[in-house]
Ligand binder design. Structure first.
Ligand code: ADP
Ligand code: F6P
Length: 468
């Protein structure tokens, strides 16, 4: 049994597929979940359990324990078949595209179902050795939806909460999945189910009413399939204090200086995303191309820096989007580049949090245009990193969960390349007083609705959820 010395009465056991040990200077694209959980756990002295990211020839359930900055991580290795069927299969070839409204990319395969169920059982079997009676268990994301059911079947009676980092799809899309009812029913083994926004929660309750003969009660209580669970919206935030500090760190300053030299008096637009088809990168590139075509006076005066580290790169749809973007960036640069200017800098690598903060701070415009996104933390990081005396402009997709909290950004329809082009022009032309006015409201929201508030609100709601 793992104990964290001097722990408070209710220890937080966080479970997610990916576990990234906490470090403010780590390099790479960790994804929003890992970045947020590292921040939340740094503040709460919990334990974080999940997949190590490594493969083994035979599953043993052997725990790898690490302690760093007040956070204990416990990870397990998975078999190659598990990774194929559970992570690359059901999680990222079935649920991820389906939950991001891409049924054209969604694959249904019974082998994936079996792998997903097997890994969730393996997680449950291993977790049994970690969980203590007073622990609060908080399970994250679409990889682990049935985990509470598996834990309950093994006699675990602790409070268990679930938080979905992605959107929840509309009923008509979700019902294309052969095992949709079984999956949704398993959410009713949690005490509390959390969504990023009220919109995703509404689509969930809509499903329960229509497909589970459900009813919505007071205080988020949802009854369906003969069971009851509490649902709520808990918008995730960033560690705004830490990110602002990161933006003033020597590493960030060094990066900002390096960027200033290379920007050479031009205006930089920045995009930072995992290389994922949900991020709208193709439409963004075409929107930027259109902006250049519509505004020839801006040639050689502006450039787009798109940072997009490869993600899930053994999956065909990810290989295809990568190829498309390589072709598009070649087309844009081939058509417009000069001997001393390249319109699009397309970079496929990760940066440390501090370097990233320095890059955001150097950009006149932050271009965040996912086609569909649970929240989007890059939008919040861009705001947190700005210089209050001369902040940049955030252009944000209206289909990102973050748009609900950030109406002072320039909100765009990411499918419209014309809107993207127009908003870039508007962002570059915005005068300083308006930039400051918009940024102050955005920054105040990012600071108030931060990762601490997210964790505190979710855990408080979980602790206060009535139990049947
Ligand atoms: P998602 O969870 O879908 O990846 P988010 O925007 O919510 O999307 O979170 C992405 C996180 O990954 C952010 O914290 C961002 O800073 C980080 N990230 C993305 N690209 C990079 C990169 N090239 N280097 C370092 N961190 C990155
Ligand atoms: O935030 C959504 C999410 O899918 C997380 O669950 C995940 O950790 C992150 O994006 C990055 O994806 P992956 O873990 O597959 O690299």
């Amino acid at each position: 049994m793992i104990r964290t010395a001097g722990r408070p009465a209710n220890r937080l056991v966080v479970v997610s597929n990916r576990v990234t040990p906490p470090a403010t200077d780590s390099t790479g694209s960790q994804g929003g979940l890992a970045v947020a959980l590292a921040a939340a756990l740094r503040q709460s002295r919990g334990i974080w359990f999940g997949w190590s990211g490594n493969q083994t020839s035979e599953f043993t359930g052997q725990l790898n324990i690490h302690r760093s900055q007040g956070v204990t991580t416990a990870t397990i290795d998975l078999e190659e078949r598990d990774v194929d069927e559970y992570y690359n299969g059901y999680a990222n070839r079935t649920l991820w595209p389906l939950f991001h409204y891409r049924i054209d990319l969604t694959e249904y395969d019974r082998q994936f179902d079996a792998g997903y169920a097997r890994v969730n059982r393996r997680f449950a079997d291993t977790l049994l050795h970690i969980i203590e009676p007073d622990d609060i268990i908080w399970i994250h994301d679409y990889h682990l939806i049935p985990l509470a059911r598996e834990l309950r079947a093994r006699g675990i009676q602790n409070r268990i909460g679930f938080f979905l980092h992605t959107p929840w799809p509309p009923v008509r899309l979700l019902t294309t999945m052969p095992s949709h009812k079984q999956l949704v029913k398993s959410l009713f083994d949690y005490d509390l189910v959390g969504f990023q926004t009220a919109e995703w929660m509404d689509t969930f309750t809509d499903y329960c009413v229509r497909e589970g003969d459900g009813q919505i009660g007071v205080d988020g209580m949802v009854s369906a399939f003969g069971r009851t669970v509490r649902a709520g919206a808990f918008p995730i935030g960033i560690d705004a204090d830490a990110f602002q500090k990161a933006a003033r760190s020597p590493e960030a300053r060094a990066m900002a200086k390096r960027m200033r030299t290379s920007i050479a008096g031009r205006a930089m637009i920045v995009g930072v995303d995992r290389l994922d088809y949900s991020k709208g990168l193709e439409e963004r590139f075409i929107g930027y191309e259109r902006f250049l075509a519509d505004n020839p006076d801006e040639l050689n005066r502006v450039f787009l820096l798109q940072i997009a580290p490869p993600s899930r790169n053994t999956i065909g749809s990810y290989q295809e989007i990568r190829e498309k973007l390589e072709q598009l960036s070649g087309r844009i640069n081939g058509a417009a580049a000069e001997v001393d200017w390249v319109p699009l800098r397309y970079v496929n690598r990760g940066y440390s949090r501090r370097e990233l903060a320095g890059i955001y701070r150097s950009a006149r415009v932050g271009l965040v245009t996912p086609l569909r996104d649970g929240m989007n933390l890059v939008a919040k990081e861009y705001v947190a990193a700005q210089d209050p005396a001369d902040p940049g402009v955030l252009i944000l997709s209206r289909f990102a969960g973050a748009a609900l909290q950030m109406p002072e950004a320039l909100l765009v329809n990411p499918y419209s390349t014309e809107e993207i082009a127009d908003s870039i022009r508007q962002g570059l032309a915005m005068d300083k007083s308006q930039r400051i006015r918009r940024w102050e409201t955005l920054a105040e929201g990012v600071a108030r609705e931060d990762v601490t508030a997210w964790r505190r609100d979710f855990v408080a709601a979980l602790e206060s959820t009535p139990r049947s």
